[in-house]
Structure formats: structure tokens, C-alpha cells
Design a protein around this ligand. Structure first.
Ligand SMILES: Cc1ncc(COP(=O)(O)O)c(C=O)c1O
Length: 392
């Protein structure tokens, strides 16, 4: 039985959860959550999308306001100013940067290039869009299982041993959904061997500058390297759609010829220029995230039945002894809180959830709600029935 309309999850003789609408495969689907919670979408406290709770820098709203006057003209398809600002920020020339309609658009073009390789390895569990992108061009991903609990490159060394010169690799650093930060040293052997290595650094901004493991400074030396970045998460702009690729200019020119001429609208262009220059906002984010994540990690770890994994990004993956599908529904109905189930990461199934790190009082609300809802779901009879009888 699928996960769409009317599917029943049997979790014990007395407990049946009905899924009335199509279960989302991405976080942040507030319409779905509101339907389950029985409230307005604005009433849902969303921990499922890993977006900064600090909002956007003030300068971004001003820039969007100012750019409204330019909407009567097409954007310049070269996006020269935006590329210059992004390039200066990362220490590369403007023609080594290609802005796109979210990192998601650039994932599509990276997928097109990877699809032409002999094999395309992708970390498993991993972000579902990588599979979407290569499938669009007739290829499939070769899953490369990584350890959930051991950080610092575990799994990548073994992949380097397996990789052949005609293969491609799709990495994500810090990694969604585990939050692991791979060391640059673990990526280097992949670059030395593989035909193409795409490193999605959509969450790297959240790592404090001195601890980042970005490989952007290697693009000059490795023509087989593509780095993807996103403004969605750090600057709380998921609705704007702005991401960019950094790679050698010949590759980016090819992508530019494949795609439509104006994938970035004038408002997104102006907003992005303002966002990356918002230095005080960036510092405020790092000041908030470290202590907030640590407090959430410790608090979740104290709840019986939960085991959070240490993470370097703005979210935590949590192992849960009870069914997450049931816990998620209880949290929505009783508390209007949405956590991210991990059913779309098929290696994780119904015993993991992911939560964004939010503001302290919101994190406390989450922990209080879980502490209230989880104990009845942990009853031994229910737990053993669950593992054998879960219907999907
Ligand atoms: C790992 C990863 N890469 C890329 C994206 C897409 O980012 P964007 O909003 O810039 O398209 C996401 C969104 O969830 C993500 O989790």
C-alpha cells in the first residue's frame, strides 16, 4: 500500500493511523501539515524544513522593494553584477559562478552531466533530488551507504577505493539528513580519481567560518569539481529561489546554453546581492546556532526513546524507538508542531526524524511536546508489534 490517500498504517491492534492526503517527500509542506493538525498553515510550528528561524536580513527586504521598479525590463541574462558579488565573496572570478533558480535548478544540470558517466555514486541516505535529476536524463544513482553515527569521512575512504576514472560522485557537505561534516581530506581522493564530483554545500554557510570544509578553493585545480550553494536556508528565502554553482567557466557556459535565459528573476538577483553582504546577520546566525543546537541536542538526548546524532548544520537527525509516523501525527494534532519524517530516505524508514534548530523557546516547545507524546508510544507491546507489522 502506498503513502497516498487513504493508506492505513497498522501499529498495533488498537492503533491505526490514516493518511488522508499525499505525504510530502520534502520538508515544509504546511498545507499538508495544517490538514492533519486541523489548523491554518500559519498556525503550524515548522521543524521539518531546515530554514533559519532568524528570518532574512533587513537589507534583503529593502533590496527587493527597490528592485520592483526594474520589473518592466528583462534581467540581464549574464547576471554580471550578481556573479561578481558572489565571486568576490568566495574568492573566484565572476565567470566561475552560475546563479540559478535555487540550487535545485543547478542540481538538474549537474544531473545531466553526471548522467553521462559510467556510474553515479550518491551517499545513502541522501537528498532525494539527486535521483530526480539523473533520472530525468535516463540514469540511476548507485547508492553508497554511509555510517550514520561516525563523522569525519567515514564511508568516503571506501568509496575512493571503489571509484573508477569514468565514474561520477554526488556528495553533500554538511550532509542532509545526517548533519555530518566531511573533512576536505576525505573528498580529495575522490577528485583525484572520479570523472566528475559534485559537492552540494547548501548547508555550509551554517558552519562557522573557521570550521567550514568547503572545497570552493579547489575549483581552479580540479576541472572535474562542481560546488553547489544555496541562499534558501541560511537567509530564510525558500520562496525566492536562488542558488549558484561554482566550477570552471567552460562547464558553466555549457549549462547556460542548456537552460532558459532568465532563470533568476530581478527580485532574486537584488536580494542575493544584498544577502551575501549582510555581515552582521551572518555573525548573528553563527552566534545563535551553536548554543541553540547544543541545547536541542542535549534536551532531545534526555528524552527516553530518542537518540539525536551530532550534526554540523542547522538540523538534527534523531533516532526514535517508536513509530515516527505516529509521533508526527500526535505532535501535529495535539501541538501543531511539524517534524520531518524520514520515509523519503528509504534507508532510514519509520524510526528517524529530522528537526530544524529553531529559537530557544520554540525548541523547548518541541521538546516539551515530544516528552509528552512519546512515552505512550514506547510501550513494549506496541514497539514489537510495530517492527513486524508496519504496512506501507
Ligand atoms: C541538500 C540540499 N541541497 C539543495 C537543496 C535545494 O536548495 P534550493 O532551495 O536552493 O533549491 C536542498 C533543499 O532542501 C537540500 O536539502
Amino acid at each position: 500500500m502506498g503513502l497516498s490517500g487513504g493508506a492505513l498504517f497498522r501499529l498495533g491492534s488498537d492503533m491505526v493511523v490514516e493518511q488522508r492526503t499525499v505525504r510530502p517527500t520534502h520538508g515544509g509542506n504546511l498545507a499538508w501539515a495544517a490538514g492533519v493538525a486541523g489548523c491554518e498553515p500559519e498556525g503550524v510550528l515548522d521543524f521539518s524544513a531546515s530554514i533559519s528561524p532568524l528570518g532574512s536580513p533587513r537589507a534583503v527586504a529593502d533590496a527587493i522593494q527597490g528592485a520592483i521598479a526594474t520589473l518592466s525590463a528583462y534581467p540581464n541574462p549574464d547576471y554580471q553584477q550578481l556573479r561578481q558579488v558572489l565571486g568576490a565573496w568566495h574568492g573566484v572570478a565572476a565567470d566561475w559562478v552560475l546563479p540559478g533558480n535555487g540550487a535545485a535548478e543547478l542540481i538538474t544540470w549537474a544531473g545531466r552531466e553526471l548522467a553521462g558517466r559510467e556510474r553515479v555514486y550518491a551517499l545513502a541516505p541522501g537528498f532525494a533530488d539527486y535521483g530526480r535529476a539523473v533520472r530525468a536524463f535516463g540514469a540511476v544513482l548507485e547508492p553508497w551507504p554511509i555510517s550514520l553515527l561516525v563523522a569525519e569521512g567515514k564511508g568516503l575512504e571506501a568509496l575512493a577505493g571503489r571509484l573508477r576514472t569514468e565514474d561520477g560522485v554526488w556528495l553533500n557537505n554538511p550532509h542532509n539528513p545526517t548533519g555530518q561534516l566531511f573533512g576536505r581530506d576525505a573528498i580529495l581522493p575522490l577528485l583525484a580519481t572520479g570523472a566528475l564530483v559534485v559537492v552540494d554545500e547548501a548547508f555550509m554557510d551554517f558552519v562557522e567560518p573557521g570550521r567550514q570544509e568547503t572545497v570552493i578553493d579547489w575549483v581552479g585545480q580540479f576541472e572535474n569539481l562542481v560546488v553547489l550553494r544555496s541562499l534558501t536556508k541560511f537567509y530564510c528565502l525558500p520562496g525566492l529561489r536562488l542558488g549558484y554553482a561554482i566550477a570552471q567557466p567552460e562547464r558553466l557556459q555549457r549549462w547556460q546554453q542548456w537552460r532558459d535565459p532568465w532563470p533568476v528573476n530581478a527580485l532574486a538577483e537584488a536580494a542575493a546581492i544584498a544577502a551575501v553582504q549582510a555581515v552582521a546577520f551572518q555573525q548573528k546566525t553563527w552566534d545563535w546556532l551553536g548554543p541553540a543546537r547544543q541545547a536541542l541536542f542535549e534536551g532531545l538526548g534526555q528524552i527516553e526513546g530518542l537518540e539525536p546524532l551530532p550534526g554540523a548544520a542547522n538540523f538534527l537527525l534523531v533516532r526514535c524507538e517508536a513509530s515516527v509516523v505516529v509521533l508526527q501525527e500526535q505532535l501535529l494534532k495535539q501541538h501543531h508542531i511539524l517534524i520531518r519524517d524520514c520515509l523519503s530516505f528509504k534507508e532510514l524508514g519509520d524510526h528517524y526524524f529530522r528537526v530544524a534548530v529553531r529559537l530557544q523557546e520554540e525548541n523547548e516547545r518541541l521538546m516539551g511536546a515530544i516528552a509528552q507524546e512519546l512515552p505512550p508510544l514506547l510501550e513494549p507491546a506496541l514497539a514489537s508489534a510495530e517492527s513486524g507489522r508496519l504496512e506501507r
